[in-house]
Ligand binder design. Structure first.
Ligand SMILES: [Zn+2]
Length: 624
C-alpha cells in the first residue's frame, strides 16, 4: 500500500505558506552561496535509479475513518535513554507512522558488538498498519538501522529529502546489494509538501542541523499535532540570510506536542559564531598555510566540505579526499548537485606528491580519533601517502563527541609533536555545532508555544534538564513528559497519559552480519574474557579407572603469563587431578557433564583464591 500525496492539503495551519517565509530558497542549501539545485533536475540524475513514488500509478486505498475511540499513541523505541537508536512510533487507530531508524554504537562494555538497533517487537503483527517511515535526516543515529528494520517490516514507504534518501539507499546497498529495489520512496521536495499516511497528515518545516536536507516533521491527527524538528540547532542571522525560525509552528492545531531533541540542555555556552565566520576562519588558514593543509571533519558535513572544495578551486589549490565515508558523501552530494567543483580540483590521494605541498588540501575523516580512520593513520605514520611535516596545518573542524575526549586528547598531543600548526575549535572558530544549547531550547519553546513538551533524542539527564528549561519558560509541569524507551504516551480528547505497559526495548545487538543472535549470555562471556581472560584445561581421563592420564594441558589467554606462573600452573594441574578423582569412581560409568561442571566451578574458585581474578574456565575432557 502506497500512501498518496495530496498536492495542496489540510488545515495544518491557517497560513500554510508561512512555512516558507524566508527569502532564500529552501532553507539549508543557500548557505555560503550554494544554491539548492532544482529538484526536477536532480531527480533526473538519481543514484541507483530509484523508484520514485511520483512516477508510479497506484490506486489510493481508502482508509477506514478513525473511530471516536481511536487515540494517538507515541511510543519511542529508542533515543530516550541514549544518544542514538532514535526511532519513534506514532499510532492512531489502524495506522502507524515511524520517525527515524537509527543505530546506537556499542558501549565499552559490549566487546565485539558493532552496534545496537531498536527493538521492534511492538510492531510484530502490526506490519500491515505501517503507512510510512519518515527520516528526519541522514545521520547514522537516525538512518543506521534502516537496512535491517525496513526489511523486517516488509519495506514500508520511506519519506525524506534527497540527501537523506540517497544516504538511506547507500546504507541499504552497503548492507545488502540490490536491496534498494524494494524501496518505495516519497521525496520531500519542499517543506510545503503535505502527505497523507493513513489517517495521519504529515507536514514539514525547515530546521538547521549539521547535515544538509534535515527536515522537521509535523504529524497531525485529530487528537494532537506532534512537532518534531529531528536534530536541530538555532541558526544565527548572518550577513547573507535570515536564520530559520519556528514562530509559524505556533499556529498549528492544538494540542501541539513538541518532541524536542535536547542534547544541548546543559550547554550554557553562548556561541555567536555564524557559519560564515567559520568559513572566513578556515579560508584565512588555507590562504596563510606554508605547507599542506589537513582538514579533519565529519564526512556528513556536506555543506562545509562543498564550501572548502569551492574555495580551493577559487584559490587554485587541489583537494585529496581520504576516508571511505568522505568519498561516499562527496560522490552523493555531487550527484545531487549539492557540491559543484571543477573536475581537476579533486585529485587522488596517491598523487599528492606530484604537486607542490602548499597546493595541497587533504580532507579526511578521523577527527574523533577513531583508530582505523585516516587521521589516526597519518598520526602514527602508517598512511602510505600522507606524512606530517612541521610546517603543515592541521585543522579539526569538528566537535568532540561525548565519550571520545581522551582519545582525541591523545591524538592532539601526538599531532602537536609533529606539527607546529594544529588548529581546533578551542583556539579558533573552525567548527559550528549542529546541536542547540540551553538558551536555544528555551527560545524554540517560546516560539512554538507547545501545549505538551516531550524532550527526546538524548540521555535521561539531558531530558530532565530540558524539562526544567521548559518549565522556566512557562510550560506547566503536568504537561511535560520525560519518557523512557518503550513508554506509551496516549493523547485523547486533549489529555495525555502514560499507559502502564511498556513496549519491549531490550537491546538488539548487531555483530558482524548477525542481527539479534548475540544474546546477553554471549555478551557476558565476552565481558568476562575481556576482563580476566580465559583458561583452558585439557584433561585426558581413563574411562576404566576414572583417573587422569598424563599431565593436563593448560592454555591461558589474557589471564596470567604462563612462563612467569610455573608454580601456579603446577598447583593447578594437581588440583585438576584431585577434582577429577573426587568425581569419578573406578569401574562405574563416568558422568562426563558432571566432571566438566565440577572442573569449571572448582577450578574457577581455586584460581580466584590464588589470583583474585575470574577468567573464563573452559574444561576439555578427553576420554580414552
Ligand atoms: Zn543529526
Amino acid at each position: 500500500m502506497i500512501p498518496q500525496i495530496k498536492p495542496d492539503f489540510v488545515s495544518l495551519s491557517d497560513k500554510p505558506k508561512e512555512t516558507n517565509v524566508h527569502p532564500r530558497p529552501q532553507g539549508h542549501a543557500s548557505h555560503g552561496g550554494q544554491a539548492r539545485p532544482q529538484h526536477t533536475a536532480a531527480r533526473g540524475r538519481q543514484i541507483n535509479n530509484p523508484k520514485n513514488i511520483h512516477s508510479q500509478t497506484h490506486k489510493p486505498k481508502r482508509h477506514a475513518q478513525p473511530k471516536k475511540s481511536d487515540s494517538l499513541k507515541i511510543i519511542p523505541l529508542g533515543g530516550m535513554e541514549e544518544v542514538g537508536r532514535n526511532m519513534t512510533i506514532f499510532e492512531y487507530g489502524d495506522d502507524i507512522v515511524i520517525l527515524d531508524m537509527g543505530l546506537q554504537f556499542a558501549e565499552e562494555d559490549m566487546p565485539g558488538i558493532d552496534y545496537i538497533i531498536p527493538n521492534i517487537s511492538y510492531l510484530k503483527g502490526k506490519e500491515k498498519n505501517i503507512r510510512g517511515v519518515i527520516f528526519s535526516h541522514g545521520h547514522m543515529d537516525h538512518i543506521g538501522a534502516a537496512p535491517i528494520l525496513l526489511e523486517k517490516l516488509g519495506y514500508p514507504p520511506i519519506i525524506g529529502r534527497d540527501l537523506t534518501v540517497a544516504l538511506v539507499k547507500n546504507r541499504l546497498e552497503d548492507y545488502s546489494p540490490k536491496s534498494t529495489k524494494n524501496l518505495k520512496i516519497i521525496r520531500v521536495n519542499s517543506v510545503d509538501d503535505r502527505i497523507s499516511l493513513g489517517n495521519f497528515r504529515i507536514g514539514f518545516f525547515n530546521v538547521e542541523h549539521s547535515i544538509m536536507d534535515a527536515v522537521g516533521v509535523i504529524i497531525n491527527t485529530p487528537h494532537g499535532t506532534v512537532i518534531h524538528p529531528g536534530d536541530w540547532t538555532m541558526e544565527k542571522d548572518s550577513a547573507s540570510h535570515k536564520a530559520v525560525t519556528y514562530h509559524h509552528l505556533a499556529n498549528l492545531p492544538r494540542p501541539k506536542v513538541l518532541m524536542l531533541e535536547s542534547l544541548g540542555a546543559v550547554d550554557y555556552r553562548t556561541s555567536t559564531t555564524t557559519e560564515e565566520e567559520m568559513y572566513t576562519n578556515i579560508e584565512r588558514l588555507i590562504g596563510e598555510a606554508k605547507g599542506k593543509i589537513i582538514i579533519a571533519t565529519f564526512s556528513s558535513q556536506v555543506r562545509r566540505i562543498g564550501h572548502i572544495l569551492e574555495f580551493a578551486a577559487k584559490v587554485g589549490k587541489l583537494v585529496a579526499l581520504d576516508g571511505y565515508s568522505m568519498k561516499m558523501y562527496v560522490d552523493i552530494a555531487k550527484e545531487l548537485g549539492y557540491i559543484k567543483v571543477p573536475p581537476k580540483t579533486i585529485i587522488p590521494v596517491k598523487d599528492i606528491h606530484k604537486h607542490p605541498e602548499n597546493k595541497i588540501i587533504i580532507l579526511c575523516t578521523g577527527a574523533q580519533g577513531e583508530g582505523n580512520a585516516v587521521l589516526s593513520r597519518i598520526m602514527t605514520g602508517e598512511h602510505r601517502f600522507i606524512k606530517i611535516k612541521k610546517e603543515d596545518t592541521i585543522i579539526f573542524s569538528s566537535s568532540v563527541i561525548p565519550g571520545n575526549e581522551r582519545t582525541i586528547q591523545r591524538l592532539k598531543d601526538s599531532l602537536y609533536r609533529q606539527c607546529d600548526n594544529v588548529i581546533h575549535s578551542d583556539i579558533m572558530d573552525v567548527h559550528t555545532s549542529g546541536h542547540s544549547n540551553a538558551a536555544s531550547i528555551k527560545e524554540i519553546i517560546k516560539q512554538i508555544r507547545p501545549d505538551y513538551f516531550l524532550p527526546t533524542y538524548a540521555n535521561h539527564f539531558f531530558l530532565k534538564e530540558a524539562a526544567k528549561l521548559a518549565m522556566d519558560v512557562g510550560v506547566p509541569k503536568e504537561k511535560i513528559f520525560v519518557l523512557d524507551n518503550g513508554s506509551v504516551l496516549e493523547f485523547e480528547n486533549q489529555r495525555a497519559k502514560v499507559l502502564p505497559k511498556k513496549a519491549d526495548t531490550s537491546y538488539v545487538f548487531v555483530d558482524g552480519l548477525g542481527v539479534g543472535d548475540i544474546g546477553h549470555i554471549v555478551l557476558r562471556d565476552r565481558q568476562m574474557m575481556s576482563k580476566d581472560g580465559m583458561f583452558v584445561v585439557i584433561t585426558i581421563i581413563d574411562k576404566q579407572t576414572g583417573k587422569v592420564k598424563n599431565s593436563p594441558d593448560i592454555i591461558s589467554r589474557g589471564f596470567i603469563y604462563m612462563r612467569e606462573s610455573k608454580e601456579l600452573l603446577a598447583e593447578t594441574r594437581k588440583k585438576v587431578k584431585e577434582i577429577v578423582e573426587q568425581t569419578t569412581t573406578a569401574g562405574h560409568p563416568i558422568n562426563w557433564t558432571y566432571v566438566k561442571d565440577n572442573l569449571r566451578d572448582k577450578l574457577g574458585q581455586f584460581l580466584y583464591n590464588k589470583t583474585e581474578r575470574r577468567p573464563m574456565v573452559l574444561p576439555v575432557v578427553i576420554e580414552v
